[in-house]
Design a protein around this ligand. Structure first.
Ligand code: NAD
Length: 348
């Protein structure tokens, strides 16, 4: 079987991850890398990668079948269009582009040239997301009425370009892309309302965090939150249904599922709670609920490449579809508008 020849444009944090993973891929051949920063070119050579002197050199190399774009966000559109016009397929880092209008241009060129444009939504392979999706789809918690998904860090926005609007910075276009994509893959429901609040604790120009509330057609809500000024974290996943609740703390998958036996026994006894009494909030005991471990799901994020290669060989449909990516970008655009107006907005 012939290997797929890939060249990487942008060999920073994520590009160097791709370079390592692709070097280990049996079905890929990393033919070379190009970065505008001489220090990154030196790094590439120190790793034994062949370096190109310019983007034009990458595109002129007939042996390159796939260009993998891992530059700052604002450059994705132009590089993708140039690459497809040069006859290359494109794997592009998320976010596909900065906004829907740019993605529409890219999709148009993909259709005109017949070349693949696919976005690297690797967090569709995150175990926490896969477990929550399974619990939701199997109705393990009954009818789900609220899902919360979070990533909270305490290091501010890293790097130069992520803090600048002109480079497509901000957390909605960063972690937001992953978490929104996961949520829209988790449920098939239509979104009815979007409300978003952004934070600007360490950065005035772009959002350094946000809280996004999606209300779906059934009334189910999703709370998606990203923070970069949080020195204590909160659980990454929390899902509540009328028959149970599930929680996952962090990437180590520590968590639990608590399932209700029956709603019959409603007459709790009041307990003393801080300075008062409460019956409503009296914790349930083992007689009425059952605690279970979080199920585990084996997942391999490198299946992403396998899917792209299968697609190019005509053996599979592409998993990350551009219309799904466009829907995520529409949510982000509306979230930014909602935050600016401090108003809930209609969607779909
Ligand atoms: P980075 O700043 O570490 O790397 C970007 C690199 O692009 C730098 O080395 C820079 O010199 C280079 N570059 C800039 N302009 C260029 C140009 N015109 N031509 C060639 N190279 C150029 O940033 P990063 O964290 O690696 O992020 C890069 C992309 O990857 C972003 O779109 C980001 O959103 C995405 N990303 C995705 C994930 C994921 O999990 N999928 C994780 C991190 C970053």
């Amino acid at each position: 079987m012939d290997k797929h020849n890939v060249a990487i444009v942008g060999l920073g944090g994520m590009g160097s991850g791709h370079a390592k993973w692709l070097t280990a891929e049996k079905r890929a051949n990393l033919v070379g890398t190009y970065d505008i920063d001489p220090a990154r070119q030196d790094y590439a050579r120190s790793m034994g990668y062949r370096t190109y002197e310019s983007l034009a050199d990458v595109l002129a190399d007939e042996s390159v079948e796939i260009v993998l774009i891992a530059t700052p966000n604002h450059l994705h559109k132009d590089i993708a269009i140039l690459a497809m016009r040069a006859g290359k397929n494109v794997i592009c880092e998320k976010p596909a582009t900065v906004g829907c209008a740019e993605l529409a241009e890219v999709i148009k060129v993909s259709k005109e040239t017949g070349k693949l444009f696919v976005v690297h939504q690797n967090r569709r392979w995150d175990e926490g997301y896969l477990v929550m999706k399974q619990l939701y789809r199997e109705k393990a918690l009954g009818e789900v009425f609220n899902i919360e998904s979070r990533v909270l860090g305490g290091r501010g926005i890293p790097g130069d370009w992520r803090g600048k609007k002109e480079f497509g910075g901000g957390m909605l276009y960063d972690w937001g892309v992953h978490l929104i994509d996961q949520m829209l893959q988790l449920t098939d429901e239509k979104i009815k309302k979007i409300y978003c609040q952004c934070t600007h604790v360490t950065n005035k120009e772009v959002d350094d965090g946000f809280k996004l509330l999606l209300t779906f057609a059934s009334g189910m809500t999703a709370h998606i939150e990203v923070g970069t000024c949080n020195f204590i974290s909160l659980p990454m996943w929390y899902m509540a249904g009328d028959q149970g609740t599930a929680i996952i703390g962090f990437w180590d998958m520590e968590g639990k599922v608590v399932k209700l036996h029956s709603w019959e026994d409603k007459d709790a006894k009041p307990i003393e709670a801080a300075s008062g009494l409460t019956k409503t909030m009296a914790p349930r005991d083992g007689n009425s609920v059952e605690e279970l471990p979080i199920p585990r799901i084996q997942s391999n994020p490198r299946e992403y490449y396998a899917n792209v290669f299968d697609y190019l060989e005509g053996k599979a449909d592409i998993l990350v579809k551009n219309e799904q990516v466009m829907r995520v970008l529409r949510v982000i655009e509306l979230a930014l508008e909602s935050a600016a107006k401090n108003q809930a907005l209609d969607f779909e």
